[in-house]
Design a protein around this ligand. Structure first.
Ligand code: SF4
Length: 427
């Protein structure tokens, strides 16, 4: 269904997701009436199933920043945080969050957010997470608990690492959740949620891997950020997430059967000229303009690492109801942000090969030190290993001052020309 530029095309799965997110924000902004307690936590390593065991709601500050970015509200919030003394180099998710708090802490539904009852820091590789919650703890004066997740420095999860995380879950995190919520932990309830998670994860992987088809029925970066929404946020483990991924899989199966390419905000993408793998988060403030630079030139992202920040399911991990705490530990340990550079290089090289991509594009985020560190090295190593060309662009997450449309477009067009030249030399 092609429409005018201003009208965004939405499939049933997108509408369902929108309703789920709206319901979650409504629940969050009604805690005075519904009596629910709120845990704030970050996307990578989030323990959604565990939080649900205590009837608590999950509020994710990065998702709030993304919502503000896509609604073009984050610029003013970031400047507000800078006026309060937060430096230009600080992660802009943090500043958007601090700015939101200073301006009445208004949720996307226009109602004030409640103060969290608990800051649950599941520390998976990004130091900013810790500093961010230190600021929030100072602001809210609420309970905090930290799950220390060892970094995968040697590129593997050892028994000791897993045991260390499980021990903290048993002795620190679960008792704190019980204390804050007043609800007793029930491991069978956790098993049930984990069973739901695994079912949804299976379908998510199927959807992401559908991009191995040449022509891909999905865009695994711009479209991918919608596809990972429920599993990365407050819905992993819920029947809603199962339904969403069933619906989504059905839609993609249909696209495959009809030989269609990805859906874009302007309808079906008419042709696939370039297949790319992308490393790094997207820019949110100009998300649609950024995406358009790709689909206008027939460039499809067939795999991305950003869609793995909340869990690397395509490499085999599933939440496991038979080993509930161990699988929560493995989930946290295996998050993309917790993986070392050689692991990231292996993963990206594998994607370039298995998804028959033309090359690797890195979107380096000015204020995200966690992702940006080592990206040039990653690109050079991958070019060497695969013989495929890489390209590097720079934008930001939610700070509109760092999205230069002309620069990005020029770089992308030169890159597409480079791919063409390689093809004609190879022919
Ligand atoms: S991973 Fe990047 S974007 Fe996320 S909190 Fe850390 S610095 Fe910010």
């Amino acid at each position: 269904m092609a429409t005018a530029n201003t009208e965004v095309v939405k499939e049933s799965s997108m509408l369902k997701q929108k309703a789920m997110i709206a319901r979650n924000y409504d629940a969050l902004t009604s805690t005075a009436e519904n009596g629910r307690k709120v845990a704030a936590t970050f996307v990578p390593g989030n323990l959604n199933e565990l939080i649900m065991c205590f009837d608590m709601l999950n509020n994710l500050p990065e998702i709030n920043a993304i919502q503000n970015g896509m609604r073009k509200k984050s610029g003013a919030l970031i400047q507000q945080a800078e006026k309060q003394g937060h430096s230009e180099d600080v992660c802009t998710y943090v500043k958007a969050d601090i700015g939101q708090m200073s301006r009445g802490n208004i949720a996307p539904n226009g109602k004030p957010m409640p103060a969290p009852d608990l800051l649950l820091l599941s520390y998976t590789g990004c130091f900013t997470f810790m500093k961010w919650f230190e600021l929030l703890r100072h602001e809210y004066g609420c309970e905090t608990v930290m799950l220390q997740v060892p970094y995968e420095g040697d590129g593997k999860i050892t028994r000791n690492m897993r045991d260390y995380v499980v021990k903290q879950l048993k002795e620190v995190v679960i008792p704190k959740l019980e204390e804050v919520s007043g609800v007793k932990f029930d491991i069978d309830r956790l098993r049930e949620y984990l069973r739901n998670s695994a079912e949804a994860e299976e379908n998510l992987v199927w959807v992401l891997e559908s991009a191995k088809h040449v022509r891909s029925p999905i865009d695994a970066y711009f479209g991918g950020v919608y596809y990972i929404g429920p599993i990365l946020t407050a819905f992993r483990g819920t029947p809603d997430a199962i339904e969403y991924y069933d619906l989504l899989r059905g839609e993609i199966e249909q696209r495959l059967a009809e030989g269609k390419g990805p859906i874009t905000p302007e309808g079906d993408m008419p042709e696939e000229r370039y297949r790319l793998v992308v490393e790094g988060p997207p820019n949110w403030t100009s998300f649609r303009d950024f995406w358009k630079m790709f689909y206008d030139d027939g460039a499809v992202v067939v795999a991305s690492t950003y869609t793995k920040v909340g869990g690397v399911y395509d490499l085999g991990f599933r939440h496991d109801p038979d080993h509930p705490l161990e699988s929560l530990a493995d989930y946290c340990l295996g998050c993309y942000t917790n993986r070392n550079l050689p692991q990231r290089i292996d993963m990206l090289s594998k994607y370039l090969d298995e998804y028959q991509a033309d090359g690797l594009l890195i979107n380096s985020i000015k204020s995200c030190n966690s992702f940006s560190a080592g990206q040039l090295l990653i690109m050079r190593e991958i070019e060497k290993r695969t013989g495929k060309p890489g390209a590097f662009i720079e934008t930001d997450l939610v700070d509109p001052r760092y999205f230069s449309a002309a620069n990005v477009k020029n770089r992308l067009e030169s890159y597409f020309q480079m791919i063409e030249q390689r093809r004609s030399r190879a022919a």
